[in-house]
Ligand binder design. Structure first.
Ligand code: NDP
Ligand code: 8X3
Length: 250
C-alpha cells in the first residue's frame, strides 16, 4: 500500500542486509514508494525470492566483510539512497569468556562492512551533491548491557561514524541519518544464539517488540523530508522497553 510519503520514483536505492528482517522491510517500503532497488546480502536465494515480489529489484550476492567485492559491486553505481543495514550479533558472553571469532564477525560486519559500503557509495553522492546515507545503528550504540560488550562496541562505532560523516561529508548536500532501534523481532536473536530457537524466542516473549516495518517506516520518513531537512538521529523503542536492560514483560 502506498504511504503518505513523497514519491521516490526515479531514485536509485541500495539496501544491504535485505535478505531478512529490517533490511527486507526497508527494501519493501522503498519499493512501494517507487524507488529502484539493489538488494544486497549473502543469501542470494532469499534475495531472489524478495526480488520476485518487488518487480525490478536487483538482487546482489555480497558479503560486506569483503572490501574489494563491495567496491567492485557498488563503486561504479550512483545511488540516491543507501541504507547500510547489514549486521549481526554473536553471543552474549562476558569479555573474559568471549570468542575472538564472534568478535571478528561483529566488528568485520557491523563496523568494517558498514565502512566499506560507505566508502564505495558516498563519493558518487558527493559528486552529484545529493543523496541519503542511512545507517542502521542500535540503542546498543548508546548504552551497554550485560554480555553486549563487543556488539555494543560495534554499534557505538556506528554512532561515531555517523557523527564523523556529518563533519567529513558536510557541505555536499548529502544527508546523513542514523536509525537506532531497541528490540525488533527479526532473525537477529536466532543468529546471535546460533540457531537456538527457544533462546531466540525468549528475547521477544511477553513484550510487544518493534516490528521490521516500524523501523522501515522511520527510514522512509527520514528520506522523504524536503531537501533542506536532514533527520539526524532516530531512536525507536518498543513502548515496553525503557532501556537496554529494563523491559516490561507480561
Ligand atoms: P536479521 O538477522 O534478520 O538480518 C540481518 C541481515 O544482515 C540479513 O539480511 C543478513 O543477510 C545481513 N548480513 C549479515 N552479515 C552480512 C554480511 N557479512 N554481508 C552482507 N549481509 C550480511 O537481523 P535484523 O534485521 O534485526 O538486523 C539488521 C540490522 O539491524 C543489524 O545491523 C542489526 O544490528 C540492527 N539492529 C537490530 C535490532 C534487533 O533487535 N533486531 C535492534 C537494533 C539494531 P545474509 O545472512 O543473507 O548475508
Ligand atoms: C540489537 C538489539 O538491544 O538486543 O541491536 O542489542 S539489542
Amino acid at each position: 500500500m502506498q504511504k503518505p510519503y513523497a514519491d521516490l520514483s526515479g531514485k536509485h536505492a541500495l539496501v544491504t542486509g535485505a535478505s531478512s528482517g529490517i533490511g527486507r522491510a526497508i527494501a519493501t517500503q522503498l519499493h512501494h514508494q517507487g524507488a529502484e532497488l539493489v538488494i544486497a546480502a549473502r543469501r542470494l536465494e532469499r534475495l531472489e525470492e524478495l526480488a520476485s515480489e518487488l518487480s525490478g529489484a536487483r538482487p546482489l550476492a555480497l558479503d560486506v566483510r569483503d572490501p574489494s567485492a563491495v567496491q567492485a559491486a557498488l563503486g561504479q553505481e550512483s545511488f540516491d539512497i543507501v541504507v547500510a543495514n547489514a549486521g549481526l550479533g554473536r553471543g552474549l558472553d562476558s569479555i573474559q569468556e568471549g570468542s575472538i571469532e564472534d568478535w571478528s564477525a561483529m566488528l568485520d560486519t557491523n563496523v568494517k562492512g558498514l565502512l566499506s559500503t560507505i566508502r564505495a557509495t558516498l563519493p558518487a553522492m558527493i559528486a552529484k551533491k545529493s543523496g541519503d546515507l542511512v545507517l542502521i545503528g542500535s540503542v546498543a550504540g548508546r548504552q551497554v548491557y550485560p554480555g553486549g560488550n563487543v556488539y555494543c562496541a560495534s554499534k557505538h562505532a556506528v554512532k561515531a561514524i555517523y557523527e564523523a560523516l556529518r563533519i567529513d561529508a558536510f557541505g555536499n548536500r548529502v544527508r546523513i541519518t542514523t536509525v537506532d532501534p531497541g528490540i525488533v523481532e527479526t532473525e537477529f536473536s536466532l543468529v546471535r544464539f546460533r540457531g537456538d530457537e527457544e533462546r531466540a524466542r525468549g528475547v521477544y516473549e511477553g513484550l510487544q517488540a518493534l516490528q521490521p516495518d516500524d523501523v522501515a517506516d522511520a527510514v522512509l520518513w527520514a528520506v522523504t523530508r524536503p531537501a533542506h531537512v536532514n533527520i539526524g538521529e532516530i531512536v525507536l523503542w518498543p513502548t515496553d522497553q525503557a532501556s537496554t536492560t529494563l523491559v516490561r514483560r507480561q
